[in-house]
Design a binder for this molecule. Structure first.
Ligand code: MLT
Length: 326
């Protein structure tokens, strides 16, 4: 019998099947493009981070990372979609302090659990919060702004990225500190709300520094104060809230990558490895730092560090938002 046509024995087949089952998914992953869900409209902080990080991670992973903007409900629509996606590493999402921290405290109809329904991949960056106003807002500094809002709150509109977004959550905190409750306009992200602020259609808001730096450089909006202990090197002329007279408003946000729960550990390890390499890439770092990002150190980049952060943020925002009008 021609040896080339010899039947493969059943035991050989069994051995090959066993081998196939023990070869880590790691080795094969990824063998096709990865979808990165952005739960907000294009042009905002989440979209900006997803583009910068996705571009570099694709080089390491050897497969394209395709962004899919699934906006709505302050990020809950896209986050729910990600939570319900197949846990094979080919659908991941960018989440943040809103979607994976404040959302349970703000949105009683939330269809996901930030801590239970996701496999954390890793932190991308910390983002400071800046109090911003339209260019011709009648205030030269933060205290004049606070006074004007207090006296004219029935005439003013705050713009945000949707109920539960970072912009909405942090400005709910600001308004409770100011003792005001102006009208609010919800957008599908702060990429959109920033457009109307620049156009003077809305009056003020709170946004992540990522979205603010380009506008301040262009002179199209007012940045009244940054809610961090130190000024940002990317906004050197913007005082801290403490310097500007409102020390009690101290808050920062963050952006990170998540996969659906039950995504294999070795796949998460490969995605985390690509993220960490992107954060160490010189060009990527410069783009992130120029936008005022705070890049986590090695210990802050692990999936476990992100898991712990999500658990503590959910508790923190439940406490902070209790009693605020939002
Ligand atoms: C966005 O990307 O539009 C923002 O992250 C929205 C927000 O959460 O404020």
């Amino acid at each position: 019998m021609d040896p080339r046509h010899r039947r493969i024995s059943a035991s050989t087949v069994a051995t090959l099947a066993l081998l196939a089952s023990v070869v880590p998914t790691w080795a094969a992953f990824p063998d096709r493009p990865i979808t990165l869900i952005v739960p907000f409209a294009p042009g905002g902080p989440a979209d900006t981070f997803a583009r910068i990080i996705g571009e570099q991670m694709a080089k390491t992973l050897g497969q394209p990372i395709v962004l899919e903007n699934v906006a709505g409900a302050g990020g809950a629509t896209g986050t729910t979609r990600a939570a319900q996606s197949k846990p094979d590493g080919y659908t991941i999402m960018i989440g943040h302090m809103g979607t994976h921290g404040a959302a349970p405290a703000i949105n009683p109809n939330l269809k996901y659990d930030p801590a239970k329904d996701f496999a954390p991949i890793g932190m991308i960056a910390g983002t400071a919060i800046v109090i911003i106003a339209k260019k011709d807002f009648p205030a030269r500094n933060l205290m004049e702004f606070v006074e004007y809002v207090r006296k004219n709150q029935t005439k003013l509109t705050e713009a945000h990225g949707g109920i539960g977004s970072v912009a909405h959550t942090t400005c709910a905190l600001l308004q409770s500190i100011m003792g005001t409750n102006t009208a609010r306009v919800a957008y599908r992200g702060t990429g959109q709300s920033m457009g109307d602020l620049v156009a003077g259609q809305v009056d003020f808001g709170c946004d992540q520094i990522t979205n603010v730096v380009p506008q301040v450089e262009a002179g199209t909006i007012k940045a009244l104060a940054i809610a961090t202990a130190e000024r940002s090197p990317s906004l050197q002329d913007t005082p801290t809230t403490a310097e500007a007279g409102l020390p009690e408003f101290q808050v920062s946000a963050w952006q990170a990558l998540f996969a659906p729960r039950d995504t294999p550990k070795d796949v998460i390890a490969k995605l985390n490895d690509a993220l960490v390499k992107a954060l160490d890439d010189e060009g990527t770092r410069k783009r992130l730092l120029d936008l005022g990002s705070v890049i986590p150190d090695q210990t802050g980049r692990t999936p476990d560090a992100l898991r712990e952060l999500v658990e503590s943020e959910v508790q923190r925002w439940a406490r902070v938002l209790k009693g605020t009008s939002n």
